[in-house]
Design a protein around this ligand. Structure first.
Ligand code: GTR
Length: 353
């Protein structure tokens, strides 16, 4: 039988490669469990490292590389890599490189992107349970919010993402959201008639209506231009986003009304999750929860820093000493959803004490 030269070369390369794999203990040989160590052979851990990662995943992040959620993601990736002896590698893609939140969530549902960190505001468009976080003034402060997030009901909510083809791993901090506008806003009345960008979900639209404003849902990455061109008059976010997105350059009037506290979520696609071994599921979950500490610490620093920087840039900041008129104005929104979110709202109330 005559064989072409290129064929023979390819065959011998393949043979050589598989012999090499056998020699290194690689290929389809499981890397976990005990192995008999030949004298002078590398330790199993070192051998595993030399082989490089077995599983490589992508994590999509909206914010830039130095933003506190991105730093949390990176810590998470690092902890997973360590705990798996380099077997699992998670590459963090910041600055919306993999798309805007809504598009990323769709990709995650399909399993095309394995991990993401997104706002519960964006998740509200995919899982009704999550719209509860967009209800105004349900949390008094960050402590109250964390007490709830760490409660049984908070965990239940994280688990409820499974029905939306995702698996919630951990919550991250996101502080309070405030309005900012091109025109001065000194009181609630100044919001009337303004076109305000919101994260797309039903509660946000009701909320803007209750304030006499017009909700304009659009991706986060479009807001700067929309402010610049006058497509919208205003937007709303926390200090770190207001600063890092440069929205403060276009909308120089900030009012500290604290209308929402919308936490962030670190999650994995259900498609990817279901393919993992139980050990890997456990180490990923553990790493996610451990990364919260880093994210929270970075958040506190960045929040203060952003506040100082927007002040230095000459933003007009209006403090709201009495939140009552704001809370009264948006009460109908809470009442509209009270029955739907009864269980969660009761647990949030309980966490207040
Ligand atoms: C930020 C949040 C982002 C994104 C953004 C927005 O606070 O961290 O994930 O949801 O708000 O307003 O779209």
């Amino acid at each position: 039988m005559k064989m072409k030269k290129s064929y023979i070369t390819a065959l011998s390369t393949m043979l050589g490669a598989s012999l090499l794999l056998v020699a290194c203990g690689g290929g389809s040989t499981p890397t976990t469990g005990s192995s008999t160590k030949a004298p002078g052979a590398a330790s199993p851990a070192a051998a595993k490292k030399a082989e490089g990662p077995k599983l490589t995943f992508r994590l999509a992040e909206t914010h830039p590389a130095d933003y506190p959620t991105t730093l949390g993601d990176k810590k998470f990736a690092e902890l997973v890599n360590q705990a798996s002896d380099g077997r699992i590698k998670i590459d963090v893609f910041p600055a919306s490189q993999l798309g805007e939140e809504k598009a990323v969530i769709e990709q995650v549902q399909l399993g095309a992107i394995e991990f993401t960190r997104v706002s519960t505001g964006a998740l509200g468009g995919f899982n009704k349970q999550y719209e509860v976080f967009s209800l105004p003034y349900i949390f008094d402060n960050d402590n109250h919010q964390w007490k709830f997030l760490e409660s049984e009901q908070g965990t239940k909510l994280l688990d409820s993402l499974e029905s939306s083809r995702m698996k919630g791993l951990a919550y991250y901090s996101s502080g309070a959201r405030h309005f900012y506008s091109k025109k001065p806003i000194k009181s609630i009345a100044d919001l009337k008639g303004l076109k305000i960008r919101v994260i797309q979900n039903k509660v946000n639209i009701d909320l803007m209506n209750a304030l006499g404003a017009n909700a304009t849902p659009m991706p986060y990455g479009d807001v700067f231009n929309a402010l610049q061109t006058g497509v919208i008059d205003a937007a709303e976010n926390n200090y770190p986003s207001y600063f890092s997105s440069n929205h403060f350059q276009q909308a120089k009037n900030l009012i500290l009304d604290q209308h929402q506290r919308v936490p962030e979520v670190l999650l994995i696609s259900k498609v990817a999750w279901d393919k993992l071994s139980n050990d890997d599921k456990a180490l990923i979950k553990k790493a996610a929860l451990e990364s919260v500490k880093t994210q929270k610490a970075e958040w506190d620093k960045f929040e203060k820093d952003s506040e100082a920087k927007v002040k230095a840039a000459g933003v007009t900041i209006t403090d709201v000493s009495d939140l009552k008129p704001w809370q009264d104005a948006v009460k109908p929104v809470i009442e509209k959803y009270r029955a739907e979110y009864k269980e969660t709202l009761e647990a949030i109330e309980k966490a207040r004490k």
